[in-house]
Write a protein of this length. Structure first.
Length: 83
């Protein structure tokens, strides 16, 4: 999660999930099956800053900039541009 990327705390997988994954892969190997396809949607990068808005107490400026972006989007005033 965000803690890993922000360096705010230790990150460890859920032990139940870890065990279930280990058991599933062991069962596949024992049955002589192999994983042929795997997908993972990491992120669809776009221009929506709120898709990634997180709580980041260690940096109050982050909250400030996100609040300012929200205020601008809600009321751009004279900077509003027709498209």
């Amino acid at each position: 999660g965000a803690g890993q990327f922000l360096g705010t705390g230790p990150v460890a997988p859920d032990p139940n999930l870890l065990e279930a994954a280990r058991l599933g892969l062991s069962n596949m190997a024992a049955a002589k099956r192999k994983l042929e396809i795997s997908t993972w949607n990491i992120a669809a990068i776009n221009n929506n800053p709120f898709e990634y808005w997180i709580t980041y107490d260690e940096n109050p400026e982050y909250e400030n900039i996100m609040t300012n972006i929200e205020a601008f989007l809600e009321d751009p005033g004279e900077k509003d541009v027709k498209v």
